[in-house]
Design a protein around this ligand. Structure first.
Ligand code: MRU
Length: 350
């Protein structure tokens, strides 16, 4: 991505994360030199978005190895397990941390020490980051092909939810990567970016990215999904994923499931875009996915100002599970999983 401030940088042996809590009004970085710092960055939402949370976990373990060159394998694994508790729903975090554990085990088996493992972890982190850029492009290309088969070369109106662009992924985005690719190919009429209450990843971050890409867009509220599909010609919906299980059920930002149900009612294809690092093949159905409950304060207040009555409480599930039957297709780097179910996910991915 040229000319944009990348959300994650590795500079002078430190991890730098753009503070996504402050975007779009401030573009500042927070620096971390310990894995505990990386944990806080994830927990406090300085960094968010499934793939980028995973990469932060990877760099967190580089920081651990840097600060603990004489670590035992057991302590290394403990540090990875600790990082894994920062946020529960996005499987990318445990996926990447498990890879660091495997790498450390193999390194120890070969060298009898973890001294020097930092270099290999750094290579793993850099390669994973670059590979996601290539994978995202492959997903965007297969989505473009699918849309061409449905709509020819006309321009499209699309809806997206939450933020799935480079801020959530590092190199290029997943669902927003598709939208950017469609725009580059002159196929976007208008994007409706759902604001994504209460954290406003859509209204703040997706809108920020769409402005940078010069994509015509409007911010909408989640309550307007039915209005939009009834009155505007919506051609497709693109969302990302935090965890996709074996039967194709998909956890993503709360509101995604509602969007999929309304889309089915109006016959609008609902697409999920995610790399295989967002798949959890050990879980068979969406009922096995842990849904993160976030602080009530995010709903009761806005920008630090209380808006609800002092005696009110709130319930803040951060994700929901979209039923695979409501998904037209999942695009991953291995191809398109049309009408996803256990058989199709297994056929394309395993
Ligand atoms: O709570 P967040 O902001 O981390 O949630 C992010 C999302 O739900 C994204 O849509 C998802 O991680 C896919 S990112 C490519």
């Amino acid at each position: 991505m040229k000319g944009v401030k990348l959300p994650l940088l590795w500079e002078n042996d430190k991890l730098k994360l753009i503070d996504q809590r402050k975007l779009p009004l401030e573009e500042t970085y927070v620096e971390y030199d310990t894995h505990e710092g990386a944990f806080d960055g994830i927990k406090l939402m300085v960094v968010r978005g499934a793939p980028l949370i995973g990469f932060t976990g990877l760099y967190g373990m580089v920081l651990y190895a840097q600060n603990h060159p004489k670590s035992s394998v057991e302590d290394f694994n403990k540090a990875a397990d600790y990082l894994n508790t920062a946020r529960p729903t996005a499987v990318n975090l445990s996926y990447e941390l498990n890879r660091t554990k495997e790498l450390a085990k193999n390194y120890f088996d070969k060298n009898g020490t973890l001294e020097g493992v930092r270099e290999d972890l750094l290579t793993l982190a850099k390669e994973s980051f670059d590979r996601l850029g290539r994978d995202n492009l492959a997903m965007a290309q297969s989505a473009l092909k699918e849309l061409e088969s449905l709509y020819g070369d006309r321009k499209l109106n699309v809806i997206t939810l939450c933020n799935t662009g480079y801020l959530a992924c590092g190199p290029m985005g997943t669902a927003l990567g598709v939208i950017a690719h469609l725009h580059e190919n002159n196929r976007i009429e208008h994007v409706y970016a759902s604001e994504t209450r209460p954290y406003l990843q859509g209204g703040r971050l997706t809108a920020y990215e769409l402005c940078q890409l010069n994509v015509p867009h409007s911010i909408i509220v989640e309550g307007s999904f039915s209005y939009l599909m009834k009155t505007k010609k919506i051609d497709a919906i693109f969302i990302g994923a935090d965890r996709i299980v074996l039967n194709g059920d998909t956890a993503n930002k709360v509101g995604s499931s509602t969007l999929s149900i309304v889309a089915k009612r109006y016959g609008v294809p609902f697409y999920v875009v995610a790399p295989t690092s967002s798949f959890d093949f050990d879980a068979k159905t969406g009922s096995e996915i842990e849904i993160e409950m976030r602080p009530e304060e995010e709903i009761l207040s806005c920008q630090g100002v209380r808006i609800a009555p002092m005696q009110s409480t709130a319930l803040n599930p951060s994700f929901d599970v979209t039923d695979h039957e409501d998904i037209a297709a999942i695009f991953c780097e291995k191809g398109m999983i049309k009408n996803p179910n256990t058989e199709e996910v297994t056929r394309v991915c395993l």
